[in-house]
Design a protein around this ligand. Structure first.
Ligand code: AGP
Length: 620
């Protein structure tokens, strides 16, 4: 491998290691899970509600287990539980007085989601919470065992606690121990520490895993991201890789390689996290209902020139990257840009893009789509693209998130805080941005979008139709979503929505491809959701619908009024009202979101926090 290296890049800030002819290798960005920490001057304050509040805001990063550590009458108490944060909350006495504490919410990567494996971990005088992976933890563990350390969990975090403790015992100075730790521990880590010898401060270390310090009068915070502390302060410090710090209630010292460094205190200008269902049974339902307003605001603001979109026609090549639903929105963007702007667009899954051979240069535009702005694969794709000199444009929902900060230009989707793990409103806002980009200031067409919010609302209101379809689907084991071209992209999103919240297996297929193999799975009663918005290919899709009907499938047909599809080949039918053709994906997705929601409800699934998932996927 080394013989193939052609250049060494010095962009250390972006963690770009090595550029080869084939691809660029990045240090791993391993930032799943959430960290919160708090220190105050008030000795009699109870920190537990503050830690819990912060953890709830970070729960989007994982909810397999959670724990806190806090000073309780001169000793550090640790309480942790498997499962969501409510489990931890039940085990905590919120009245205990304390001035200092740390907390963690976990999405299991290494080791099961058990109480033993959850954080905080303690060794010697160190109690720590940790995001990331210590890659050489087995060698370190071996060494530490010979130094008489013993371990009760299988985690790398306990090894990190022991190593910090060992280095502290050796040097007699915590800060030196932290600097030594950075030299010895390989991998990615954001670590928060309470040391038994110092009850007035927290310590932190950061490498390749985000960590910020929230700054306030006589109290300071640490967190994995800024929104977690916004209720308390909007002032924050971003730690850079290999920084370590000591955080008192009224003083913060940041160090790099044994030198105290100057830091900048930033002002957060984005939205606060709003965690309120406002009467809806689930956040997902609330967020589905918010879509017409979000779309209306964006269209109005765009027409009033309150935000402008970049000219993307000047690039020779456009690549759209994203994961999951963001990737699906990108697929819609590909169809629209190709059709309206006559530029070839490729759409790539970010986790593949980051490791494949790339053909990027200064004439390429890479559009990175992300609700959270924290998705590790998408962030890595941006960094690689920049290293290849491509221009990067982010379509991001969370302001000042990692991707928003990293890209050359950013468009904010302004969908507001999205809490449900299954994205709905942020996805729709992404799709709208692609519609606007592809219409390229064609005001007369854009004005035709003005009826869109109302039509979306009309579809949202057809709840009885969705309930009826859901009660038919709820007991099925598999189903198919089919469509052609842009409808195929929407089918992928519909299929993902159903899978992630109802746990029913489904596949999205390009309608014409079904007969090349998968049609063998169609049998009596198999549900097939057929999407037909584009009148130019409606007849073609109809042939495919007939093929599955001939094999006794049950067809849920979602069809545009405009496609003029006259057919009795369906068992259930939803008609989409007429709109500018570019906007159909935004109508089509409403029944798909609501059918999935109703199915998940009937199956009594955990709709807002589906099993095994996290809102923001910050591991690769
Ligand atoms: C969709 O409902 C998902 N939960 C998931 O696919 C998501 O879209 C994906 O992980 C990308 O997230 P991002 O938009 O925050 O980057």
């Amino acid at each position: 491998m080394l013989s193939r290296l052609v250049a060494v890049n010095t962009l250390t800030k972006n963690k770009i290691k090595i550029i080869t002819k084939e691809c660029i290798y990045l240090e791993k960005e391993i930032i799943m899970c959430g960290i919160i920490g708090y220190v105050t001057k008030e000795k009699t304050k109870t920190v537990i509600p503050i830690l819990l509040d912060g953890l709830k805001k970070l729960e989007y990063r994982g909810y397999d287990s959670a724990g806190v550590a806090f000073l309780n009458e001169n000793k550090v108490d640790i309480i942790k539980e498997s499962g969501p944060i409510v489990n931890l909350e039940k085990s905590l006495n919120k009245e205990i007085e304390s001035n200092i504490g740390i907390g963690h919410t976990r999405w299991a990567t290494h080791g099961k989601a058990t109480k033993e494996n959850s954080h905080p971990h303690r060794c010697g005088k160190m109690t720590i919470v940790h995001n990331g992976i210590i890659e050489n933890y087995l060698q370190l563990k071996d060494f530490l065992q010979k130094e008489n350390y013993s371990f009760i969990s299988d985690t790398d975090t306990e090894v990190a606690a022991a190593l910090i403790d060992y280095l502290y015992e050796e040097s007699g100075n915590v800060l030196d121990a932290l600097n030594d730790f950075i030299k010895k521990a390989k991998g990615a880590y954001a670590i928060a520490i309470i040391c038994d010898d110092f009850h007035d401060r927290l310590f932190v270390i950061k490498k390749a895993s985000p960590l910020i310090i929230g700054v306030n009068e006589n109290e300071n915070f640490i967190a994995s991201d800024v929104p977690a502390i916004l209720d308390k302060t909007n002032k924050y410090i971003i730690l850079e890789d290999k920084d370590y710090a000591e955080i008192y209630a009224d003083k913060i010292n940041v160090y790099r390689d044994k030198k105290k460094i100057k830091y900048k205190i930033n002002d957060f200008k984005g939205d606060k996290l709003l965690i309120d269902k406002q009467g809806y049974e689930h956040f997902m339902l609330k967020e589905i209902h918010e879509q017409p307003d979000i779309i209306k605001n964006l269209i109005d603001r765009y027409l009033k020139k309150e935000f402008i979109l970049p000219d993307i026609t000047k690039y020779q090549k456009i690549i759209v990257v994203g994961c999951g639903s963001a990737y699906h929105a990108g697929l819609i963007g590909k169809y629209l840009i190709e059709k309206n702007l006559n530029i070839e667009v490729s759409c790539e899954i970010a986790s593949e893009f980051r490791y494949k051979k790339l053909f990027l240069d200064k004439d390429s535009l890479v559009i990175a789509i992300s609700q959270s702005g924290e998705t590790a694969d998408t962030l890595a794709a941006v960094k690689i693209s920049k290293a290849c000199k491509a221009h990067t444009l982010g379509i991001v929902n969370v302001k000042e998130s990692s991707i928003a900060r990293e890209v050359d230009d950013v468009i904010y989707t302004e969908a507001g805080t999205e809490i449900a793990v299954a994205t709905t409103k942020a996805y729709s806002a992404q799709v709208l941005m692609f519609i606007l980009l592809s219409l390229e200031k064609n005001v007369s067409k854009i004005k035709k979008l003005k009826s869109l919010p109302l039509l979306m609302q009309k579809l949202i209101n057809q709840v009885d139709d969705y309930k009826r379809i859901a009660s038919y689907i709820q007991e099925k084991e598999h189903l198919f979503f089919i469509g052609r071209l842009i409808d195929y992209a929407v089918a992928m999103e519909g299929s993902l929505k159903l899978k992630e919240i109802s746990y029913i297996h489904s596949e999205a297929y390009a309608s014409g491809e079904l007969k090349h193999g998968t049609i063998s799975l169609i049998e009596k009663g198999t549900p097939v959701v057929a999407l037909v918005s584009d009148k130019s290919i409606a007849e073609k899709t109809l042939s495919n619908i007939k093929e599955v009907k001939a094999r006794d499938a049950n067809v849920v047909l979602i069809v545009s009024e405009e496609s003029n599809l006259i057919s009795d080949c369906y068992d259930y039918k939803i008609v989409l009202p007429s709109i500018l053709e570019e906007a159909y994906p935004l109508l089509m997705i409403i029944p798909l979101q609501l059918i999935s929601y109703e199915v998940a409800k009937l199956r009594k699934c955990s709709i807002d926090k589906p099993k095994n998932l996290a809102k923001s996927v910050t591991v690769e």
